[in-house]
Design a protein around this ligand. Structure first.
Ligand SMILES: O=P(O)(O)OC[C@H]1O[C@](O)(CO)[C@@H](O)[C@@H]1O
Length: 473
């Protein structure tokens, strides 16, 4: 018996309950403290405001709270686990110790980055050899002081900044310059999709030149963008894509496939190039190749240019390395059909039918796309020669729309803020509240039934903007 006359087990139960209550209270206090300390307000993103972590009922807040710190933790865990492998891969044998030290420093820098994110610190200047250092430092300097921290900044700025800093750690290293933190997971997302790759390869041989077939391909392309960071494995394409895709039609909230088809089929244009601003590596990039193959083979363009990222601006973002890896993987595949297709794509590259565009840092910059004309005029001018620019994925969509919470029925052209270098389309599954071009009231009605619909990735859009007036033919 204890001094109070209760049995030890009863005391333990009481204490356990007390502890649980205390924990719950503490969590409440900490949450409230966090919100108070960092001026988080418990509202959704107001209309016409930038997406930002300061609005608690937004995907931006949950991205900052749940997604980004997890990404950093996983990066730390994986490089800690794979230390020996990395050293063996990147360091000359007589520098093993030095490269171990370097890895330790990098791990420390990532932990610090995570701390700064979780305590809403201001963005720091870049001091290394980053090719885009000046642009970044200018950008940070010109941000208003109250919009220069992780939670207060526009979410698109915060995400771009965090991934840029992360990459700068290896970029400024001696031994690990070539290391991509996410290479392995991107490669796995490709290799684990080999069944889908095979089905889609078989299905898309000897296709018809028809709107029906084209819009089917656009749909595969759309749904391959369904993955999300919440669960890395969920990114691995796991839909029976060829079996049940028509049941997904109800989730496509805007579908301008016909307008895109008309744009591609027009003979009036003297533009013979299509551009794809790609998003994720893995199965999604494969579906981009399939779409591009169709465009070339049906004579809708002479060339398809692929724009990849200089580094991962989000875990799965495709880089030049992923582009090459995918082509090699396909062409060396043990399945005859896949390898034949891979070799065909390689041949397309040689014949200039597929082109990997020179890597531009603009795509991973914090800027919305309407800034391209003044910040990256060469890229803008080059895109003006395109017959159609296809923007893939959620993040590109947010950059098209300046990461603003538009009225959901707003016309897309208005939201682009003057960015119409040519005809363009967006193919994106919806993972954030940045949206436009829907029927008035639709968004609110769906919110009542499915409060999380805008961040679930369950819904998609295929939207088109005619730029012919802008470039006048
Ligand atoms: O690969 P996508 O389609 O750009 O989607 C990834 C993005 O979606 C989000 O979850 C919401 O925008 C981001 O946090 C993430 O960067």
């Amino acid at each position: 018996m204890d001094p109070e006359g209760e049995s030890p087990s009863a005391v333990a139960t009481v204490h356990a309950t007390d502890n649980k209550n205390a924990d719950q209270n503490l969590t409440k206090i900490f949450k409230t403290d966090f919100d108070a300390k960092y001026n988080i307000v418990d509202i959704p993103t107001p209309l016409n405001a930038f997406m930002s972590g300061q609005y608690k009922r937004s995907y931006a807040y949950s991205t900052l709270q749940n997604e980004l710190p997890v990404v950093l933790t996983k990066v730390i865990d994986s490089i800690t686990k794979e230390k020996n492998e990395l050293v063996a891969q990147f360091a000359p044998t007589n520098f093993v110790q030095n490269s171990r030290e370097e890895l330790k420093i990098i791990i420390g820098l990532i932990s610090r980055l995570k701390y700064e994110l979780q305590t809403d610190k201001p963005f720091q200047q870049f001091n290394g050899d980053e090719p885009d250092r000046e642009q970044w430092n200018n950008f940070i300097t010109h941000l208003p002081e109250e919009g220069r921290t992780y939670y207060r900044a526009c979410c698109m700025h915060t995400q771009s900044y965090m991934y840029r800093k992360l990459y700068s750690f290896v970029e400024n290293s001696i031994f690990l310059k070539e290391f991509d933190f996410f290479a392995k997971i991107k490669e796995q997302s490709l290799t684990k999709s080999q069944n889908e790759i095979l089905s889609l390869s078989k299905y898309t041989r000897r296709t018809e030149h028809s709107l029906e077939m084209f819009s089917e391909l656009l749909k595969y392309n759309l749904w391959s963008n369904r993955g999300d960071i919440g669960d890395n494995d969920a990114h691995i394409f796991n839909m029976k894509v060829l079996d049940d895709f028509t049941t997904l039609d109800q989730y496509i909230l805007a579908n301008n496939s016909k307008e895109i088809w008309n744009c591609l089929c027009t003979r009036r244009s003297n533009r013979h190039r299509v551009d794809i601003v790609v998003d994720s590596a893995g199965f999604e990039l494969f579906t981009d190749f399939i779409l591009a193959e169709y465009i070339i083979e049906k004579g809708m363009a002479e060339k398809v240019c692929f724009h990849v990222k200089a580094h991962s601006g989000f875990v799965f973002n495709a880089t030049a390395r992923d582009f090459d890896f995918t082509l090699k993987y396909l062409s060396n595949h043990s399945d005859y059909i896949i390898s034949l297709l891979g070799r065909k794509f390689l041949e397309f590259c040689k014949q200039d039918k597929f082109e990997l565009s020179p890597t531009s840092y603009f795509w991973t910059s914090p800027n919305a796309f309407h800034c391209m004309r003044s910040f990256e005029p060469e890229l803008y001018t080059s895109l003006q020669r395109s017959k159609l620019i296809i923007f893939k994925g959620d993040l590109n969509y947010r950059k098209l729309l300046s990461d603003v919470c538009w009225e959901s029925s707003q016309d897309m052209k208005t939201c682009l803020g003057g960015f119409v270098p040519s005809n363009l389309c967006a193919v994106r599954t919806i993972k954030s509240e940045v949206i436009c071009g829907l029927r008035a009231g639709f968004c609110d009605d769906l919110l009542k039934q499915e409060p999380q619909w805008m961040s679930s990735g369950k819904y998609g859009l295929i939207q088109y903007v005619d730029g012919s007036r802008e470039f006048g033919y």
